[in-house]
Design a binder for this molecule. Structure first.
Ligand code: ZN
Length: 413
């Protein structure tokens, strides 16, 4: 679009500095100008932003859309019983669901996320090429920016697990096709692979110049399995052999592992609500932030959680403060950053999205500062983190286009 939104309170830059009465000029997909000075010569459409808060579109950096059609199935069961990639209830049930229903479920979750202000989604897609194609079909024509992380249908045979056996040739070929059709690899966990198979996955992704993400330290049992079987932690094996861009979860981990992550520059994506409902515990978000590790947030399996990053921020922030018995254990701005720029950085998209800055893509959520929920806020960042809800959203913009809701035009313009 070619337009100015004038009068909004815009949260600008990586620090979310509030620019009151802002002039936000959108040209094509990008933010051309972000200023508190009027642009009188501008001839495009002018929208009235008075009473609105402009914040960056949120980035849901870890999702499994594929289980959208089995919401809240098996609550009370363990992770192994529910989502184990080979034996879990989810994989058994999803095999029986018609593809049309799977596509419909994923599509509705994508639409729901857009309405909830989530403009970018990184999905861990199971079932190899078939899974990726179903996901693409589900996303057809929708405005969400979708980062599809696929995986081959393969796990190292248990008898090989501690040997030097790598990926079979046919799986190397399959992984290459997954990498061609998707944005990278979403590996279920290092425990399912030999050291050499992890090295193979890593080099295939790096040859294709695509992302690698992996679950680590989600359950105590998998952390213990790694030590027992390989003599080293999931984090250590992932960093050494798989060399991922981002690690997902990190609930059961050690200080030494966190220090290794910090010195490797790897990002972490935390999914605190998913960890909580599965009874795993809570990720060490405050330690990660204090060590300067880049942290993103994800709502994880749709079967476990609503697609709502406001709820994820609220839970992450309050539980971090509760666990440390310190109301100042984390800053609200740090939590908002996890849901925006932190996710962008984890997905290597921080030059384009994640914050509102001149030259960046215009992925913007406009909130109603006059809603009964947000009116009278004395700390707008904290109110967004701890109080905002999807129904406070007036409009959502992706790549400079309004894709949900609408903005009022300025009078006579
Ligand atoms: Zn996951």
């Amino acid at each position: 679009m070619n337009a100015i939104i004038e009068g909004a309170l815009t949260l600008a830059g990586p620090g979310f500095s509030p620019v009151e009465d802002s002039f936000l000029q959108i040209e094509g997909p990008k933010i051309k100008t972000l200023s508190d000075v009027n642009l009188p010569a501008f001839s495009g459409t002018r929208y009235d932003g008075n009473g609105l808060i402009a914040m960056p579109g949120m980035i849901n950096a870890h999702v499994h859309l594929g289980d959208s059609v089995v919401k809240d199935i098996g609550v009370g069961k363990t992770m192994g019983e529910l989502v184990h990639p080979i034996t879990g209830l989810k994989s058994r049930i999803l095999k029986e669901v018609p593809q049309k229903t799977l596509v419909e479920g994923m599509r509705e979750s994508l639409q729901e996320m857009l309405a909830n202000g989530i403009t970018t989604i990184a999905d861990f897609r199971e079932t190899s090429l078939e899974g990726l194609r179903l996901l693409k079909k589900a996303a057809e024509g929708l405005a969400n920016r979708l980062i599809a992380l696929g995986r081959p249908n393969y796990y190292s045979p248990p008898l090989d697990i501690n040997t030097g056996v790598g990926l079979p040739t046919q799986i190397i070929n399959e992984t290459e096709r997954v990498l061609q059709e998707g944005n990278g690899l979403g590996v279920s966990g290092p425990n399912e692979f030999t050291d050499q198979a992890l090295v193979d996955l890593s080099s295939l992704a790096s040859k294709a110049r695509k992302l690698v993400a992996v679950h680590v330290g989600e359950a105590r049992s998998s952390a213990e399995f790694s030590i027992r079987t390989f003599g080293s932690s999931e984090v250590s094996r992932a960093l050494t052999y798989l060399r991922p861009h981002l690690l997902v979860h990190l609930v059961h981990t050690t200080r030494r592992d966190i220090e290794k992550i910090s010195s490797s520059g790897t990002s972490v994506v935390c999914c605190p609500r998913a960890n909580a409902i599965l009874g795993h515990g809570f990720p060490p978000i405050t330690d990660l932030v204090r060590l300067g590790i880049n942290v993103g947030l994800g709502t994880d399996n749709v079967m476990l959680n609503s697609c709502d990053m406001f709820r994820e921020m609220d839970f992450a922030s309050k539980m971090s403060r509760a666990n440390h018995r310190d109301p100042n254990a984390i800053k609200s701005a740090d939590v908002l950053r996890m849901a925006t720029l932190g996710g962008a950085k984890a997905l290597e998209l921080e030059r384009e999205i994640g914050s509102l800055e001149e030259g960046k893509i215009a992925d913007i959520v406009f909130l109603n500062s006059r809603s009964s929920n947000l009116k009278f806020s004395k700390d707008i960042i904290s109110s967004i983190v701890h109080r905002a809800r999807p129904d406070d959203i007036v409009a959502v913009m992706v790549k400079g286009e309004l894709v949900h809701g609408s903005l009022p035009r300025c009078n006579n313009k």
